[in-house]
Design a protein around this ligand. Sequence first.
Ligand code: URP
Ligand code: ZN
Ligand code: ZN
Length: 468
Amino acid sequence: MTFDTIIRGGTVATASDTFACDVGIRDGRIAALGRDLGDAKEIIDASGRLVLPGGIDSHVHISQPSGPGIVMADDFESATRAAAFGGNTTVLPFCLQERGQSLRQAVKDYHAKAEGNCYIDVSFHLIISDPSEQVLGQELPALIKDGYTSFKVFMTYEDLALSDRQILEVMAVARETQALVMVHAENFDAIRFLTDRLERLGQTAPHFHGTSRPIPVEREATHRAIALAELVDVPVMIVHVSNRDAMEEIRRAQQRGLKVSGETCPQYLVLTEKDMEGLNMEGAKYVCSPPPRDAASQAACWEGLQQGVFSVFSSDHCPFRYDETGKLAPKGRTSFRWVPNGIPGIETRLPILFSEGVVKGRIDLNRFVALSSTNHAKTYGLYPRKGTIAVGADADIAIWDPAREVTISQNILHHGADYTPYEGLHVTGWPVTMLVRGETVVADGALVGRKGAGQHLARDPSPFAKQS
Ligand code: URP
Ligand code: ZN
Ligand code: ZN
């Protein structure tokens, strides 16, 4: 039997096992695992390397409308290229419904932006900002049937925040359709109150962004989101959790038998509010929500990852340039209130988790695979086609050099942002070669993939959201 490609001599790791074996690939799928697989058109030498399921980043924002005059720094071309360099083979960006817009139209618009531009596979979550009768009764159930089986709701942000009543209505649709609800949990009124007060005191520099959304703001909203989901009896994913209080809310719910899971992100493991200290406008480079907090919060997020309170580790890539199109827009409005929220991280997510997690002994390699790939596929209805190395699965593979020493710096990255909040962070371990459905996208650190080769994936209902 001949193969299109054999990855030879590497150490394969899945979410459950680590073993030495070769990987035979035919027609875009993994066709054999073993030794002495015979011939192939292409042999990739993986000796001394790790052969892992390609990363799946289930929380990214690409080309998302972000307010007048503001342009996101990545389109689908640059974001999926950067994602591939960062060890990813699938990303799940959000398709944002703007208020007053039909959800169907929003989906069409995002497909038009992505079509022909992606280097790796893509599958959209929805963002529901306007749960009208038409959306709840028709568009949303129809789109879920079409494979858009997860959506996010916001408890904060002007133009996005839903009322508790609206969240309940949306959750009721998720219950009927087995879709998975993702929640951005921060208390909008509390943030507005604190922001107004800070502005009255003239405390408007970017580092006051964190002061305007302290831990109780997130803890209260996390508790409320879980309570709302409990009322409707629907599973829920609390995204981008930043601290112990919110993590413990999720853990308590899990201990009570509720189907609640959590996600955390690199910024909550390696950044703190201190990174903004002494910075004036440059602090805008770190403005994201929830904000990075302190060392104790970092420890709590690691605990959440180690103990399974968090099932997924995502980037929340939300890139803006440090100029008038992004972090410094709009002109003349200098308060942190106007700084677009979000930081880039699509390319650095996995090296940070590998180095800070596996290399430093906080998590083992199998948990790394689960948190970076397998659990995303399982949670969002892509498993077992994606997220594992097994016969029959798509040959989505990331080959890592586990010993490579890299200092993260803007000049080695491929995203559209003009800075990285992780500048100067030293990591050990870097993804070097990535294959999507058997086609090499990045070979030994060089781009060889084709723009447009990435496909959109319709997803199954989330097994996590399945009603018992
Ligand atoms: O600050 C952040 N996280 N921006 C991205 C949008 C979101 O809330 O996920
Ligand atoms: Zn969010
Ligand atoms: Zn986000």
